[in-house]
Ligand binder design. Sequence first.
Ligand SMILES: [Zn+2]
Length: 91
Amino acid sequence: MFNSTDECFKALSKSKFRSSFHLDTKDIIHAKNYGIVLLRKQAYDIINTRLNYNENFIDGKQTPFKGHPIFISQHATATCCRSCIKKWHGI
Ligand SMILES: [Zn+2]
């Protein structure tokens, strides 16, 4: 486990898989059009709904690999599923 967020993000940047995720031009335009306030709300809503347990919950399959800049960010920061959050962030 990591002693700090900086340590965790440094390790994430060294992960071949995690560091392979980048926002494409469409995602960047999308993010700029949304703005930081709306993106934060969308990130909250996405994480709150997709990572929350429900009767159809299957951990590891809830975050698409494209379609929203938050999805890409989740894979890059290992917040894509409960297993990754536990492994990388200890939560
Ligand atoms: Zn995951």
